[in-house]
Ligand binder design. Structure first.
Ligand code: AGP
Length: 373
């Protein structure tokens, strides 16, 4: 097992560090000569399965559901097709309105999550075309799909999804860009800009990891200071919101600290009541069209004496006066920011869990693949 961990103390940290390569593999062959190539999609397009698509439903659980939430932001923006993301366990019992005009996208790393499989089988029975995004070749979901987009992330042994999150987001975004292009909503120059930004993401993740693995790291010392926490909140807006949910899920899964994610604008509708000097808040404040709004939420929180940790874009000096701790990530396009912002949050969760002596690879009560309801 030590050999399988490749010199790392745990699979989770190995897999976090594998993210640049995993992401490269997700993009390999799909971006060539500045153009997007998704042969799997071209095939179902030629078969006429995408004709008349009026809406998209994304069905997934856990981390994969957070990827599904990002699908709403990305596909609606790029292709102007309405998207609904729903957790599979809710979808399957909701008597969903689906038919041939509803494209269903299943996101499942394992390809074996029971609720996702049942939900997608129902959608198929109603005539909905299905695209599966999965990491596992020939998994059960692939037999229910008209097209399969593989992550090619390599095996993920840690129960918590890390590299599969980043790879799923990348593959889903490629799908979103494909749909935008087919709908004539993305012109070649815009496409080039998107693809160039995507192609440098592996290197940008590497920069985050290199910094974290160096003597300049601030994440592990912060995590050690936070190891005795009872509760912590995560906020974000836009694509920062699913990023906040994912950061909270990572932390609660492996450190057993109560962590909750919220849309930042919802804070004052209730959750702000929870804040006190013992309950820190993590704000996702990377560069975006809602940056100022997030900043004003952070100011409100700080006024309650809560400890504020912020994920911000490199070069953002202004944020310094509003945060107690900052995790910087390189600059990218707003839509791609979750791919970078999630990495320090994974590292934070990992180091908090290690400081608490938790079993980070096999957290209590959790299974890698939830094959029963
Ligand atoms: C992620 O850290 C979790 N372990 C869990 O939420 C997971 O993402 C969920 O069970 C879905 O799994 P899947 O992607 O294999 O379907």
């Amino acid at each position: 097992e030590a050999a399988e961990k490749g010199g790392y103390p745990h699979f989770v940290i190995k897999e976090i560090n594998e993210q640049p390569d995993a992401l490269r593999r997700a993009l390999t062959g799909r971006i060539r000569d500045g153009q997007l190539h998704l042969p799997e999609m071209e095939r179902i397009e030629h078969a006429g399965l995408l004709n008349g698509i009026q809406r998209i439903i994304v069905v997934a659980c856990g981390t994969s559901y957070h990827v599904g939430m990002l699908a709403k932001y990305a596909i609606e923006k790029w292709a102007r097709i309405p998207v609904e993301a729903i957790t599979a366990a809710e979808f399957r019992y909701s008597d969903p309105i689906v038919g041939p005009e509803t494209l269903c996208i299943a996101i499942t790393q394992s390809g074996e999550t029971a609720d996702t499989l049942v939900g997608i089988r129902q959608a198929r029975e109603h005539g909905a075309p299905v695209i599966a995004i999965t990491n596992i070749v020939s998994s059960a979901i692939t037999r229910l799909a008209d097209a399969v987009l593989y992550l090619q992330a390599g095996p993920e042994i840690g129960v918590v999804a890390t590299k599969s999150f980043v790879s799923s987001v990348a593959v889903l975004y490629l799908l979103g860009l494909y749909l935008g292009q087919e709908r004539g909503r993305i012109n070649p120059e815009q496409m080039q800009e998107f693809l160039e930004a995507l192609e440098i993401l592996p290197e940008q993740i590497q920069q985050i990891l290199d910094h974290a693995n160096s003597e300049h790291d601030t994440i592990e010392p912060l995590a050690r200071r936070m190891a005795d926490l009872k509760s912590i909140m995560f906020i974000g807006r836009g694509v920062g919101y699913p990023t906040a949910l994912e950061g909270a899920l990572k932390l609660k899964e492996i450190s057993y600290i109560h962590a909750e994610g919220f849309p930042a604008g919802e804070l004052k509708h209730g959750s702000i009541a929870l804040l006190d000097p013992e309950t820190p808040l993590v704000g996702i404040a990377t560069a975006s069209h809602v940056y100022e709004k997030v900043l004003s939420n952070i100011q409100e929180v700080r006024a309650r004496d809560a400890h504020v940790i912020v994920v911000a874009t490199a070069g953002d000096e202004r944020i310094k006066q509003h945060a107690n701790d900052i995790m910087y990530v390189p600059a990218t396009l707003e839509m791609f920011s979750p791919l970078l912002a999630s990495v320090p949050l994974q590292l934070f969760a990992y180091h908090v869990a290690v400081a608490r002596n938790c079993n980070v690879d096999q957290p209590r009560n959790l299974a890698k693949s939830v094959t029963v309801e």
